[in-house]
Design a protein around this ligand. Structure first.
Ligand code: FAD
Length: 341
């Protein structure tokens, strides 16, 4: 069989990282990324990019933990290299604070982030409305720089990137041997996945360079995440809302909530408002499927539905998707050598 041709549909953090893992694990493959939008116009560009996992109820915890660990280890190495500033990856320390002690005092990811511990009484004095808190150090991706860094890595490994809207995965069957579906919320229409729904998120990106520590209110609705150049203030979680227009009332509400956690933000400048639709699902869809029409087959690997936690697990799910692509190629090679016999 000639060099297998693989198309990855989607150029958010999931598509780009999956294409990179395929190129790394299958150097003989010819990989192409097809997407109707690239950075800075994807949901991934809007994200805060903090590595604090969201829990997928339909995925076993040990699997989620493995995805997070692989992602953390990968980005930790980048943060520790000369590439860190270009890739937009940095360590950030801070606090997750709760008004009431949570049921689960030790989240499943507490031994992967660095220095996880309960906050001291002295630290809690900063948050007079909160009774309990956890301090730790994690990683943050500044999303547009990270996506551009991934694109640069892909180009350097010979991956092609084309702007194209795919109306039906089957349209790719004559050009590619394997198709990988990383279309985020786009999969709702592309493959008619009714289990996939948007959770709208509005955030503010502000200039407040004196804010150095992250603060996350325990329910995760209000957060302050300092990046290299801007601080992300959030947020909202609006289930089934497809609106991409910023809401001025929501902007004011987010700003007030964040100022009550960190009063110095009243001095923040240059407030930019962004909206994104989290591709939410009971579990990430990470599986093989074989499409078939008139005896012709097209192997597909799905990797979408990362909801509120795509950055936190992207490298782990990309590695698994690349492994599934390897299985598809092995099956194709097996059937082409059988055909020659
Ligand atoms: P996308 O980034 O939406 O990429 C999908 C790609 O597919 C796009 O390029 C699109 O153009 C393309 N596409 C879609 N349909 C088609 C088609 N038919 N043909 C061709 N191309 C197509 N996660 C974290 O881990 N930490 C955080 O701090 C965090 N903060 C967030 C804050 C907000 C406000 C939001 C909205 C999300 C946040 N997330 C966070 C979640 C994270 O952003 C998502 O899980 C992640 O971006 C999903 O990536 P994706 O590549 O699947 O989707």
């Amino acid at each position: 069989m000639a060099a297998p041709k693989v198309a990855v549909v989607g150029a958010g953090v999931i598509g780009l990282s999956t294409a990179l893992c395929i190129a790394e694990t299958c150097p003989s493959c010819s990989v192409t990324v097809l997407s109707d939008q690239f950075s800075p116009n994807t949901t991934s560009d809007v994200a805060a990019g903090m590595l604090i996992p969201h829990t997928y109820p339909g995925t076993p915890i040990h699997v989620q933990k493995q995805w997070f660990k692989e992602t953390f280890t990968y980005l930790f190495a980048i943060s520790n290299s000369a590439e860190a500033s270009e890739a937009g990856i940095h360590l950030v320390s801070g606090w997750q604070v709760f008004k009431n002690t949570p049921k689960e005092e030790l989240p499943f990811w507490s031994d992967i982030v660095l220095g996880f511990r309960p906050m001291s009484e002295a630290e809690l004095q900063k948050f007079p409305q909160h009774r309990f808190g956890q301090a730790f150090t994690t990683l943050k991706c500044d999303c547009p720089p990270y996506l551009l860094w991934l694109e640069k890595r892909l180009k350097a490994t010979g991956v092609q990137m084309h702007t194209r809207k795919v109306a039906d995965l089957w349209e790719l069957h004559s050009e590619y041997d394997v198709v990988v579906n990383c279309t985020g919320i786009g999969a709702h229409q592309l493959v008619g996945d009714e289990k996939l729904f948007p959770i709208r998120g509005q955030v503010l990106k502000v200039h407040a360079p004196w804010v150095k520590n992250f603060i996350r209110d325990g329910d995760g609705l209000t957060y302050i995440y300092p990046g290299i150049h801007r601080v992300t203030l959030g947020g909202t979680r609006e289930k089934e809302s497809w609106s991409l227009s910023p809401d001025p009332g929501t902007t004011e509400d987010i700003f007030d909530r964040c100022c009550s956690l960190e009063p110095s933000l009243r001095g923040a400048q240059d407030i930019k408002v962004k909206v994104g639709l989290r591709p939410s699902r009971w579990c990430v869809r990470l599986q093989r499927e074989v499409l078939s029409q008139g005896g012709v087959k097209l192997p597909v690997v799905h990797n979408y539905g990362h909801g509120s936690g795509g950055f936190s697990v992207h490298r782990g799910t990309a590695k698994e998707a690349a492994r599934l692509v390897g299985e598809c190629i092995a099956a194709l090679q097996g059937s082409s050598s059988r055909a020659k016999l």
